[in-house]
Structure formats: C-alpha cells, structure tokens
Ligand binder design. Sequence first.
Ligand SMILES: Nc1ncnc2c1ncn2[C@@H]1O[C@H](COP(=O)(O)OP(=O)(O)OP(=O)(O)O)[C@@H](O)[C@H]1O
Length: 128
Amino acid sequence: MDDTTLSFTFNGRLRSMRHAVVGIGELLVTQHNAWIHATATALVVCLGLLTGVSAMQWCVLVLAMTAVWVAEALNTAFELLCDVASPEFHPVVKKAKDVAAGAVLLSAIGSVVIGLIIFVPAIEAWLA
Ligand SMILES: Nc1ncnc2c1ncn2[C@@H]1O[C@H](COP(=O)(O)OP(=O)(O)OP(=O)(O)O)[C@@H](O)[C@H]1O
C-alpha cells in the first residue's frame, strides 16, 4: 500500500460517491424490482403528503422504504457476483440467491405492514 492509497482526499471521497451514484443508476435501469420499489416509494410519498402524516410517521416510512432499497441493492450486487463466480447452475448458488431474494421479500413485507399501520387510520381520518 503506497502513500496515495492511505491519504484522505476530498476528490477521492467525491469519486467514491460518484461510483455509488452510478451503482444506484444501474439498479434503477436494470432491475425490474427497483421499478416496483420506485412506484411504491412514489405512492407512499403522495399518500403521506395527501393525508398529512406526522414527522415521526415520516421517519418510520423513510426507514421502511430505505430498508427495501438497501436490501434490493445488496441482492443485486450479490446476484452479479454470483453470476461471475458461478455462471453455470450450482445448487449452493441457487440457495444463496434465494436467501438474498428472501431478504428483499422480508423487508418488503415489513414495509407493507408499516404502511398499513400508518395509512389505514390516516386515510380514514382524511376521508372523514
Ligand atoms: N448460477 C445459478 N445456479 C443455481 N441457481 C441459479 C443460478 N442463477 C440463478 N439461479 C436461480 O434462479 C433464481 C433467479 O435468479 P436471477 O439471478 O435471475 O435473479 P431474479 O430473482 O430473477 O432477480 P432479477 O429479477 O433481479 O434478475 C435464483 O433465485 C436462483 O433460484
């Protein structure tokens, strides 16, 4: 490891953030699940604005949505690595990919439950 690898630079951090933004772009362009998450995110934001949920409820909703996006991003990265490491069918890769996909499903189910807990009463109050 040389000095340039060790030194902290603003440009280095900026470059690193650019890579992360490119990664998010890749997720949005290539992953069909990400399109569903984007639609759900837009729906939640519209519903939240319409029904006037509280600041604390916004925090919970943001955390729930972020959990789904993070799970999807990690699952996608994992799938890409699997495809390089084992392009042919492998029973253990199947298990690994299925478990990673399960993480996305778990976070999505949790988010739907949170959405129902927050929005059912909020919509009832809004319609009353
Ligand atoms: N190399 C492999 N070996 C064994 N099983 C695999 C392999 N690649 C994919 N699979 C199986 O196919 C399923 C789908 O894999 P794939 O990589 O297409 O992801 P996906 O769930 O379709 O996600 P996406 O829609 O984001 O592409 C996996 O969950 C796994 O069960």
